[in-house]
Each structure stands twice: as C-alpha cells, then as structure tokens.
Write a protein that binds this ligand. Structure first.
Ligand SMILES: [Mg+2]
Length: 331
C-alpha cells in the first residue's frame, strides 16, 4: 500500500494503535495520541526537562547506510541522550515527520517500529506529533519530555577548578564508523553498532544525579573537545585533558595504530552519546560505589578559565586544544 492510499489520518491511526499495543505504562499519560493536545503529568516534586532534535535525510542520516527500523531507534536514542545528560528519565515523546511522497509505507512502518521499540525500551511513550508531505528529503523532528527531582537536575554551569573530568564508554567509534561508511570500507559489527545503535546513558545519568556527584554534565554529541568546551563556557573555567587517558575501544585502537591521525576522531568526532561530567575531588571516591551499566574513565581536571582547554600528551607536553566540533552552519 502507498501512503497516499492510507492518508494522513489513516497513518496516524496506525501509529496510535501501535502505541496502544506497545507503550510503557506508568509514564503519566492521561490522554495520548488522538486529541488536540496530549495530557500528561509529572511525579510530585519533579521538574520537566524538554529537548528537541531535527534530523534531515542526507544531513543526519543516509537510508542507504542503515535500515529504517534502526534509524527509527536512533532518532529516539539521540533525543533521550539529552535527558540523560541532565540526570533525568525520559517520559513522553512527540514526533514530527515530513515524508517524501514516494516513500514506501513498508519503510515508514519499519521506521515507526524501531522508534516505538526504542521508546518502550527507555520507558517513554509517544503521545503526539504531526505529519505532512515533504517536497524533498525525509525530515524527522523529535521532542522528548523527561523528569527529574528538582534538586537533582545537572546543568553545564557548575564545574569548578579542581574538579575531575570523566567520560563514560569509549570515544570516537561512531565517527570512525562514519568515516568508513563514507569511504565505502567494510565495517566491523561493533563499530557499526556504535554508529547506528547508540545507547542513551539514562541509567548512568540518573545514578550520578541521584547521588549528586556531578557538578556539570553534558552528552557527547559533537566530540569531546567541543562538548567539554560547552561545559567550560557555561562554568567559566578551563580544563586539562590527558590524551593517554582517553577511553578507546579495541577497534579504535587498532585503527589508530595503522593511522595515528585518527586520534582527531576521538577528540572531535561526533555522535558518541556518552556522558561527560565533572566531579568535585571530595566526591570522587563515591564514584566507585556507583552501579552503572557502562565504565567511566577519568580524562582530565578542571583548571582556571585563563588557561583555556589544554591537551597533555604522553610526555606531559601541553598544547591548546581548540574545540572543533561539528557546526551545521560552517562548511
Ligand atoms: Mg546534548
């Protein structure tokens, strides 16, 4: 069947039925898809966290490099990652779709399957959105609402000199995978997974926030240098990063051994979706007791703003590390 035969309302009804069949309960949904507004509620004492992402075919993704189900899941994960970065739990999702007239209904269904499965995995429910025809590429707008206890929200602005800098997981895998896709080289499964199926670090973000350990936190979407730069700007501090401490996967280390210039991808590559956070020295011992599904690594120290962002190599030599994250409005 073609989307044109189903029509906009047929398509929305299809989504509504799929949500009804899969949605997690307990997300505070009084009224979901099908009325003029969704009606939702927050647990008592919690504040609302809201974030929006816009994803456009050929800019953020290529359907040739992924399948539609995987892409639907990634659209959820990258959005939920922002809630994780504040220490929150995702609850509600809103989805706007600009759909090319020639897109097959089977592909749309696969995209929605992946989207709703990922939403359910994160305990979030799709409660609204909009669809229209796109004269060009597929456009996906995802808004997430999350919640966190009011005194446990972690912003970017609280880092102080002397705090330790930590990051979860490994850096650069997604950017390395993207480079291989762009050059048409074969891609090992673990690297492909890191690029196509990123995991938002919700459990880690919650655990850190609940223990009130981070002074500042952000998710790594534009590369560790650029995203650390956002913390430094918001906190009016500098940082010294230890290059030998950067957590790298076995696949990344192997590639790096063949091509040392790839280190750039660990520093400036995007889409890691790991959590980058600062912890006051006196709270560092408490990190060991944290129960998390992903390793964390100390990669540096917060210093005074005047010193800027410095990168120390294995000999301890320092160089200024200007953040060169992805910027949509530059080339
Ligand atoms: Mg973010």
């Amino acid at each position: 069947m073609k989307l044109a035969e189903l029509g906009e309302f047929g398509f929305i009804e299809r989504i509504r039925a799929a949500v009804a069949a899969t949605a997690a309960s307990g997300a505070g949904v009084r009224l979901g898809i099908g009325d003029d507004c969704a009606v939702t509620e927050l647990p008592p004492g919690q504040v609302l966290l809201t974030s929006t992402d816009l994803l456009i075919e050929e800019i953020h993704f290529r359907s040739a490099w992924s399948d539609w189900r995987t892409l639907g899941g990634k659209c959820v994960a990258v959005n939920v990652s922002d809630v994780a970065a504040m220490g929150g739990t995702p609850r509600h999702l809103y989805l706007g779709l600009g759909i090319p007239a020639d897109m097959a209904l089977a592909d749309l269904d696969a995209f929605m399957d992946g989207f709703l499965q990922a939403a359910a995995d994160y305990g979030a429910v799709l409660v609204g959105g909009d669809t229209c025809r796109s004269p060009g590429p597929l456009m996906v707008s995802v808004t997430v609402e999350g919640a966190a206890p009011a005194d446990q929200v972690v912003a970017r602005g609280g880092a102080r000199p002397g705090d330790a800098v930590y990051v979860s997981g490994t850096l650069g895998d997604s950017a390395l995978a993207l480079r291989r896709l762009q050059s048409g080289r074969p891609l090992a499964d673990d690297l492909a997974r890191r690029h196509h199926r990123p995991q938002a670090r919700v459990a880690l973000g919650r655990a850190l926030a609940e223990a009130q350990l981070p002074s500042a936190m952000i998710d790594v979407s534009d590369g560790v240098l650029a995203d650390l730069g956002h913390i430094l700007d918001a906190s009016a501090v500098g940082a010294r990063l230890e290059q030998p401490q950067l957590p790298l996967s076995p696949a990344f280390r192997q590639a790096l051994a063949e091509e040392p210039a790839l280190l750039e991808l660990a520093l400036c590559g995007g889409e890691d979706y790991e959590l980058l956070f600062t912890v006051p020295a006196e709270k560092e011992p408490l990190l060991a007791a944290l129960v998390a599904d992903v390793a964390i690594t100390r990669i540096g120290t917060v210093i005074a703003a005047e010193q800027g962002l410095l990168l120390a190599d294995e000999t301890g030599r320092l160089r200024p590390a200007r953040a060169k994250g992805y910027n949509h409005f530059r080339g």
